[in-house]
Ligand binder design. Sequence first.
Ligand SMILES: [Zn+2]
Length: 444
Amino acid sequence: MINDVPWRRLALVPVAAVLAAGSLSACRSGNTPAAVAASASASAAPPVELVAPSLPRPSAGAPTSEFQAWVGQEVRAAMKVQTEGLLSGDFGKFAGAAEPGNKALRAELQRRFRTLRALHVTRFDQRIDRQPLVRAKKGTWQVVHIAQQCFVEADCAIDEAVFDSIWAETPAGLRLTGFQPHARKSSCLRCVSYASRPYSQPWETTELIAQVGARTLVAVPPKYRSRLADLSRRAEKAAAVADRYRIGDTPVDRYRIYVADDASWRRWFGGYPGSWVAGVAFPTGPNRIDVEVRESDLTAGFSDELLTHELAHVSTLRNDTYYGQDDVWFLVEGMAEYVEHLRSGTGGYRNRSALNRLLRQRTLRSVSVEPPADNASILDAQGRYAVGYYTVTYLSQRYGKAKMLQFFQQAVQYGIGLDGASRTAFGKPWASVDKECAAYIRKL
Ligand SMILES: [Zn+2]
C-alpha cells in the first residue's frame, strides 16, 4: 500500500507553483519562503509599532477609518497583555480580553495557553498585519496577527505564526470572540519569515505536549503521551547524526519535531503532503526548518531512519536563500540519505536493489535525475533517491568531505548552478564530474 511506503521527502513548495496549480506537491521542491532576508538573524527585533496617541472610542456614525484606528489600538493593547500572561503563566491575564460567557472561546484559549506553555514558549511578539477588517455582522472586526515565537531558547531563529482573530464592540469595550486560520490564499504583508506563503503552526490547530532534549523539542498530541519519551530519545540520536553535517553559517539552534495524527497531517504547515509522504521538512523561516512526521510511520523499524533523514534536511538546508529547484533535487535528497546512512548500525544501503532496476532500464549518463513524478512507482522513486545517495557518497570519497560540502552549499544553498559550484569546489566543470559520478554508479 502506498501509505506504507517508507518515504520521506522535503516539501518545499514554490509559491508560483502553488498559485498556478492550486495544490501542494510534497516532492516538488522550490524556493525558500519567498523573499526572506538572508541576513535575518536570531536576534532580529520585531518591527517597531508606531505608537499613536490614545484614541477615544469613535461615536456611532463616525467614518470606518476612525473605527479601524481605534480597533487596532485596542487589539494591540490586548495582545500585549495577552503575551505577558502567556509568558508569565497567568491564564487570567492571557484571556483578559475574551468575551465573557463565550465557552468555545475560553476552551480554545485554554488549549492555546496549555500547548504554547507545553512547548516552552519564551517569546511571543504579536503585531497586526494591515488594517482591521470590517465583518458582515455589525460591530465586529477581523484582525490578522503575526506572532514571532521562540520555544525553549530565549532567542531563536525567526519563526512566525499568522492567524486571524475576531473582535466585537461591546458596551465594555472591544472583546475577543474567536480565532480562525489565516486564509491560505491570503498573503501576509508584514511577515518577516514567509511573506506570501501562509501555513499553520501545529499549536494553532492541535493540543500538544512536548519533551525537550539537549538538541530537540518533540511535540505530540496527548494521545501519544506514552510514546513521547522514546521518540525524544530517538530524536536526540538523530540530531547527533545530523549535527555532524551542518551546512550553514550558524548552528541549528534546536530541532523541532512535530508528530502528527491523521487529522493534524492534513492541517499543519502547508496542508496534506501526499499519501506516500511519511515526513516533511518544512521551511518556516530563513534560518528555520521544522519537521513534521506522521505517527503511523514511526514504527520500530523505521522511526530512526525517518527522523534522521528529516533532521539531516534541517541541518543541511537551513540558512538558505535559495534551494529546492528540481535541478538540485538529487543532491538535496542524496545528502539526507547520505547523512542518514551514517547512523551506527546501518547496514547496506536499502535502495540498492531499486538502483539496480533503474540501471537495467536505462544507461545512466547523468546523475542529475529529476524528482519522481507524483504517480511514480515506489521502485522508480527509490532508484532516484539512490542516485542521489551514491552521488554524494562518490563526491565525498573522491574529493573529500570538505569539498563535497562546499559543492552542496554552493549549488543547493546559494543556487549558483551545478557548473559554477563544481568549478568552485572541484576545479572542473560539472559535465566532467557528472560523468565521473554516473560512471561510478554504473559500476556499482
Ligand atoms: Zn527528504
